[in-house]
Design a protein around this ligand. Structure first.
Ligand code: 11C
Length: 344
């Protein structure tokens, strides 16, 4: 007997990727239920070689569903996740609604799998922001070896982080530039085609953006609250794949060669670091892949124990859908949940 899994937000970029990944990885599900708002009821989505019809989240009874993969935005999650959790269904939420709640574990399985045990307080587990997920996968093995003191991150984030509308806007603006039509701006604050925008999510009082704040808060929660983190988050005209330039200062000595060897062995990491033309990863190559890629590993001679690295990953996969499904696999593999239908 397998699990019954609902996907809330099944028609979005991440929801569709969740369906793909559940099928690809052979997640032990007997039943998959795609859910969305009333507007999308009846829409067809693919799950492996099957086509499933989307049901309305508002009318769905979660009482015999084991896991709800929630990717329907923060407002929907704030309203629905506690209700779903109370019905005994574990919610794995992709929004930022629960990430900073002390009673909700925030999990990247390669980094802090043991923290998942606290999930039953609310039956909600949070998935991190995409830019944090790939960052902590790369930082964790280096922190274990030489203890990180401070991290300076500059992100180069693809438009798919802003959903399908973000992707459509890059496509339409690029076309408009080529055919000399007027360029319309809706989702982003400035033109994104042939441009970069140093602004993701809302501005906070201190002048940082919420996206930048998330990277610090989430890295501290998952990896180590003592690590100092600062971030500049930038949107770039790339469809899929977030890139990050990461400067790291350590307590203890670590060479670039040691870091390369450590990252080669680290779970979830793939090192592509040849000192030659093209011997590094770019976001286009990361799209559709599961790994967090690390390139350009260099010592930073301006500080005592410093490194620079370049980190790239598919933001819809490791940054969202894949990580959520790895959390579900963690629950199953540790025997923390059992199919409820089997118990009935
Ligand atoms: C972006 N990182 O690229 C954002 C998308 O808190 O889950 C994900 C926002 C979040 O725009």
């Amino acid at each position: 007997m397998g699990f019954k899994v609902a996907i809330a937000g099944a028609t979005g970029n991440v929801g569709r990727e969740m369906l793909n990944i559940l099928a690809e990885r052979g997640f032990p599900a007997d039943e998959i239920v795609p859910l969305a708002s009333a507007r999308s009821q009846g829409t067809e989505v693919s799950y492996g070689d099957r086509t499933l019809k989307v049901s309305n989240l508002e009318n769905y009874d979660f009482s015999d569903t084991d896991i709800c993969l929630m990717s329907a935005g923060g407002d929907v999650s704030k309203k629905w996740s506690p209700k779903i959790g109370q019905q005994g269904c574990v919610v794995i939420d992709n929004s930022s609604a629960w990430r900073y709640d002390q009673d909700v574990p925030l999990i990247v399985p390669e980094v802090n799998a043991d923290a998942v045990e606290g999930f039953s307080r609310k039956n909600i587990i949070a998935n991190p922001n995409c830019s944090t997920a790939q960052l902590v996968v790369a930082l964790k093995p280096l922190h274990d070896f030489a203890k990180i003191k401070r991290v300076v991150v500059s992100t180069y984030q693809s438009v798919s982080g802003a959903g399908k509308e973000g992707m459509d806007e890059l496509f339409q603006q690029t076309r408009a530039v080529f055919v000399a039509d007027p360029v319309e701006t809706k989702k982003f604050t400035k033109r994104i085609a042939f441009n970069v925008i140093p602004h993701i999510d809302v501005f906070m009082e201190d002048g940082y953006t919420k996206e930048e704040w998330k990277v610090l808060a989430e890295t501290k929660k998952m990896l180590d609250p003592k690590i100092k983190v600062t971030c500049t988050a930038v949107r770039v005209p790339v469809f899929i794949g977030h890139s990050e330039s990461v400067n790291i200062e350590f307590e203890n000595e670590i060479t670039a060669d040691q870091a390369r060897d450590i990252l080669r062995e680290a779970p979830g990491c793939l090192v592509i670091d040849k000192h030659e033309n093209g011997g590094y990863i770019t976001p286009v190559e990361s799209a559709g892949e599961d790994a967090t890629y690390i390139s350009r590993i260099r010592e930073d001679a301006t500080v005592e124990n410093g490194l620079n690295i370049w980190v790239v990953s598919d933001n819809l996969r490791k940054g969202a859908a894949l990580n959520a499904i790895q959390i579900a696999e963690l629950l199953v593999n540790r025997g923390l949940i059992k199919p409820r239908k089997a118990a009935a």
